[in-house]
Design a protein around this ligand. Structure first.
Ligand SMILES: Nc1ncnc2c1ncn2[C@@H]1O[C@H](COP(=O)(O)OP(=O)(O)OP(=O)(O)O)[C@@H](O)[C@H]1O
Ligand SMILES: O=C(O)[C@H](O)CO
Length: 519
């Protein structure tokens, strides 16, 4: 998920008050934006979210206000980009109560973590948890499928005296592939890859994944029945929908074939599906044999979101205030195509930084973009009010914070990610507006530390982007057409505007061909 930090320096700055404020004001806007973003990332670090979500007093484990008694009966499974660090912390918390565990994590992650010296993210020697690496390039592969089989095997042996801790984070779908027979891994991968390339949303993508998988959409919880299941989820989807994050393996979800067909039709895939996929979607029988009542099924599963974009934005807001800004959170769920989203941020910048009162038609123009960017009118009005106050009162610079996920429809073959493409587009929007020389500044970065299949987490831009690029013989529009934002920012001023990682999880696939998306 993306986190956006826009800093607006109004025309009339108040004289700095107090020493700390004087110090922070000497930091450049760029440095402060990066600090604000770093605090958002820090808030969703795997070990930190685990300590927030899993409390232990004696032999009692507390999750979301519910307590569970530990009797050396705890089993653990996990899958996702952040799960290694989550599992290491979980093992520290539950200690000897852990019987055994299996986690499915990205290919090469242990080596990368070692290289970064982040040893607290690694399991200790003699750990009871088996680490299985797979999903090279964020694509499900035979290794990830083997891990999924081991996870299924472990949970299927549990009894009503056991407790299962399930650790879930973004990237979990690719790390838990278990296609419904006779669908092959390759066939499932092709379908989801084509869908993603055609611009399907994560909601659409994961609805299809659930329909084609044994473990997604509640399948894992079904296999673990009658054990008590506690799932701790580090969300990477807007609004934290439990049934969609990593395709909801612990959330009972009905699959409606009509809905799946309409998604496939929307993206032009319905006529070219493999026979196996058609057969599975055509089945009328329930996905698994029912055992127990509805209430029994729900009672043995607790799903808790322990980290999310909203939490990251809250922490970013606190840091922004410490750094002398007036923070305002626009929304944790800005979405829609990257063109509309960049237009929205461009107009908000113009609103915040107009030399005089903004033109009367500007608020209406901003509000018009609400529906296509997933932002409610009242959130836009609230943000405009704070931006207006910042401009009028000279309170200091304003920091607009937002989370979400713009959609990029891939038309080119370049290297990039949603955040870098958004930053590039916003830079061009700003260049076309009459704005004061030193503001505003815009940063967009992925909270998992990796923006698409690139080495960067995102980028920082401002109104000078276009001029700077042209002075160096780079044509921003040409890079945009080819979805080549990473190459653009790498070449521009020695890559200074890039946000480079080492953030949430170490990235494990630095030199991927594009485009890729995990099925
Ligand atoms: N060249 C590119 N330019 C812009 N965006 C791209 C490019 N290549 C891939 N992407 C984006 O990156 C997404 C895949 O990235 P990744 O494999 O990290 O998945 P993700 O985890 O869903 O993404 P994110 O980390 O942004 O939530 C694609 O869905 C697409 O939106
Ligand atoms: O794994 C996935 O499905 C995505 O990261 C969304 O959670």
């Amino acid at each position: 998920m993306a986190c956006v930090v826009s800093l607006y320096r109004p025309l009339s700055l108040l004289a700095p008050v107090g020493v700390r404020r004087a110090i922070v004001c000497r930091m450049s806007l760029d440095m402060r934006a990066r600090e604000v973003f770093a605090s958002a990332i820090e808030a969703v670090q795997p070990d930190i979210v685990m300590r927030r979500g899993l409390e232990r007093t004696g032999d009692t484990l507390l999750v979301n206000g519910r307590s569970f008694t530990l009797k050396n009966n705890l089993h653990l499974v996990g899958f996702g980009k952040a799960v290694l660090g989550m599992a290491a912390e979980a093992e520290r918390i539950v200690g000897d109560h852990l019987v055994r565990g299996v986690i499915s994590v990205p290919h090469g992650i242990q080596e990368t973590i070692r290289q970064h010296g982040k040893d607290q993210m690694l399991l200790k020697d003699g750990s009871r948890i088996t680490v299985m690496e797979g999903a090279k390039h964020n694509l499900p592969d035979a290794d990830a499928q083997r891990a999924a089989e081991c996870i299924k095997e472990l949970v299927s042996t549990l009894t009503e005296n056991d407790m299962l801790l399930v650790l879930i984070s973004g990237g979990g779908s690719a790390l838990l592939p278990a296609p419904v027979p006779p669908i092959s891994l390759q066939e499932k991968q092709d379908v989801t890859r084509r869908l993603a390339g055609a611009g399907a949303t994560i909601q659409e993508l994961n609805s299809v994944r659930r329909a084609l998988s044994i473990l997604k959409g509640g399948g894992l919880a079904h296999c673990a029945h009658p054990a008590q299941v506690v799932a701790l989820v580090l969300s990477d989807v807007i609004g934290d929908p439990l049934d969609l994050i990593a395709s909801g393996p612990t959330v009972w979800t009905e699959v409606w074939p009509e809905e799946i067909w309409s998604i496939l039709e929307r993206y032009g895939l319905s006529s070219s599906l493999p026979v196996s996929v058609k057969e599975v979607l055509g089945r009328s029988a329930p996905r698994w044999e029912e055992s127990g009542e509805q209430s029994d099924r729900a009672a043995h599963v607790l799903n808790a979101v322990i980290g999310s974009n909203s939490i990251a934005l809250e922490c970013a807001g606190r840091r922004a205030r410490e750094l002398g800004f007036r923070p305002v959170v626009l929304s944790p769920g800005v979405c829609g195509n990257v063109q509309s989203v960049s237009r929205l941020y461009g107009l908000l910048a113009r609103f915040a930084c107009s030399r005089d009162e903004p033109p009367p038609e500007l608020p209406a123009e901003i509000l018009k973009l609400g529906p296509e960017t997933g932002v409610e009118s009242w959130d836009l009005c609230r943000a405009m009010q704070v931006l207006g106050e910042g401009r009028g009162e000279g309170w200091g610079a304003t920091c607009l914070l937002a989370g979400g996920e713009p959609t990029v429809q891939l038309t080119g073959k370049g290297r990039g990610g949603r955040n870098q493409e958004l930053a590039l587009r916003v830079g061009l929007e700003l260049a076309g507006m009459e704005l004061p020389p030193k503001g505003p500044l815009f940063l967009s970065g992925g909270t998992d530390g990796q923006d698409g299949p690139t080495e960067a987490a995102g980028a920082v831009t401002d109104a000078g982007l276009g001029k700077e690029a042209r002075a160096q013989g780079l044509d921003p529009d040409g890079f945009l057409v080819n979805n080549d934002s990473f190459t653009f920012f790498s070449r521009l001023s020695g890559g200074q505007r890039l946000l480079l990682p080492g953030l949430t999880e170490p990235h494990t696939n630095p030199t991927l061909p594009c485009p890729t998306t995990s099925p």
